[in-house]
Design a protein around this ligand. Structure first.
Ligand code: ADP
Length: 479
């Protein structure tokens, strides 16, 4: 099936423009023709009523009891204009009929004795041959005799003028529409050309060239606005792509380290025969690396599922103190290895509505860091309290080395480590705090660090009592 409606905006605009203009021109032509018709007819009626008076002055009785017109003047007039005259007696006898009527009837006998009284309001009648005439009637007295006088003028001139006007319109209107169509099309093309250029430019921007931007000629107009919006989207895309690239590169790098370790441990072990104890050691360190790999893959999976919004937040009312105790008991064994002491204190009545597992993961990561980075026999304090602003606070305070000021703003970024070599030594890939921040933020909370280098760190989690969900998490009905 052929498409009748044009595909391009410029063609559609032109079509609309021509249609609207055509409609307006037709309305105008109709109005103008009506106006012309009525003013020509008014002129005709005016001439007619003047002529009735003139004819009245020409009426005279003839000896045979009929009526005639003063032939000298009448002859001239009649030649000049197409005039039709009938004179009837009050009894309905035809007293005179002008030769122009060629024997045809103009109006017939008077229809009533009142005809002609209403001061010659003209009407349109048709002669027998179909000619349209404008007819006025009057009652006149010729030497004491009351007669009905009918005078009519042909409408031919009027219709001829109207026809001429119509034929001018018939040529002018389509011509005007065609010209307007071409003009409209050219204008529409000119107006839309920048959008075409923008589209071509945008087509050239691929994932590899996301740093390119559309040129903005005038930021104030609609096109400038469009280009700005498009550029802003490009900027966001570029940032997202960059982040993804960095994430992929960092993740591959982190995955390679334990893999390389497993491989080299295996290769070294294979170089020479070993005792059973030595093989056990080799397998032990391989398993250690595998553990590290598993933890890393788990963290990566958590973050990518969080990014994709695939993790469902299942809310329940949780006692924060209970949660802190649970988290610390999960990592207690690590603290014991370093003879560290974890104290958990606070009000057990403080409850928060949130996802137990996700919030626990955040606390585990914080306490795990406190253990990792604090020296042996250090004290670690986990404190639960109500904040001044109505939020609930969980603080993890350690006696570790602290975080230097210049690193504090980036410490929650993915793969960010203050000292890569040392952190990796303890098994960290720089994802623990990123996961903790995500976990707190999807509960509508905030996480912050207060630390002075050499004097320990305090990680503070603030959670709203009624939590509002944030980005990258899906809510499930609370249980
Ligand atoms: P990692 O798995 O390497 O510990 P995190 O995201 O948990 O990664 O921490 C990022 C970095 O922040 C760590 O490498 C470490 O340098 C620093 N950091 C985290 N917690 C502490 C802390 N309690 N004391 C000192 N430094 C810390």
């Amino acid at each position: 099936m052929t498409r009748l409606w044009p595909r391009h905006v410029r063609s559609r605009m032109t079509l609309w423009y021509v249609l609207v203009l055509g409609f307006l021109l037709l309305a105008y032509a109709g109005g103008a023709s009506l106006y012309l018709f009525y003013s020509l007819r008014e002129q005709l009626d005016h001439d007619l009523s003047e002529d009735v008076e003139r004819v009245e002055g020409l009426l005279e009785n003839t000896p045979d009891g009929m009526v005639a017109l003063d032939s000298v003047h009448h002859g001239e007039d009649e030649a000049n204009m197409q005039r039709f005259v009938e004179v009837w007696s009050a009894e309905g006898i035809l007293l005179y009929r002008s030769p122009t009527l060629e024997g045809e009837t103009l109006g017939g006998p008077p229809r009533s004795s009142a005809e002609g009284n209403s001061q010659r309001s003209p009407s349109t009648v048709r002669l027998v041959d179909g000619t349209r005439v404008r007819m006025a009637t009057s009652i006149h007295t010729v030497d004491g005799r009351r007669v009905f006088l009918r005078v009519a003028h042909s409408e031919q001139g009027l219709w001829q003028e109207l026809e001429e006007f119509g034929s001018v319109l018939l040529v002018a209107l389509p011509l005007a529409l065609v010209l307007a169509g071409f003009g409209g099309f050219a204008l529409a093309r000119k107006a839309l050309a920048p959008i075409d250029a923008m589209a071509h430019h945008a087509e050239r921007i691929s994932a590899e060239r996301l740093n390119e931007r559309l040129p903005i000629e005038n930021p104030e107009d609609e096109l400038g606005h469009l280009a700005q919006a498009f550029n802003a989207t490009l900027a966001r895309l570029e940032a997202a792509f960059d982040q993804l690239r960095r994430f992929t590169a960092d993740a591959s790098h982190e995955l390679r380290t334990p893999l390389t370790a497993i491989r080299s441990v295996g290769e070294v072990a294979l170089q020479a025969p070993k005792s059973a104890t030595e093989y056990r050691d080799v397998i032990g360190s391989m398993l250690e690396e595998t553990d590290r790999l598993t933890r890393l893959v788990d963290s990566l999976l958590t973050l990518s599922r969080a990014d994709a919004g695939q993790i469902q937040v299942q809310r329940t009312d949780i006692s924060l103190l209970g949660l802190a105790q649970e988290a610390s008991s999960l990592v207690e064994v690590l603290a014991e290895e370093k003879q560290q002491r974890i104290s958990v204190e606070g009000d057990p009545a403080l409850t928060v509505s949130g996802d137990r597992l996700i919030l626990r993961q955040a606390l585990v990561n914080l306490i795990d860091n406190a253990i990792k980075y604090s020296p042996a026999e250090a004290e670690i304090l986990v404190r639960v309290a109500a904040g001044n602003d109505g939020r609930l606070i969980v603080e993890v305070v350690d006696q570790g080395p602290g975080v230097p000021q210049e690193h504090q703003s980036r410490i929650f970024d993915r793969f960010y480590r203050v000292d890569s070599a040392r952190s990796r030594e303890w098994g960290g890939a720089g994802l623990g705090l990123a996961i903790a921040r995500w976990a707190v933020e999807i509960h509508g909370g905030q996480i912050a660090l207060e630390s002075v280098e050499g004097q320990g760190s305090t990680f503070r989690v603030a959670l709203p009592t009624t939590t509002t969900p944030e980005k990258n998490g899906r809510e499930e009905a609370s249980t």
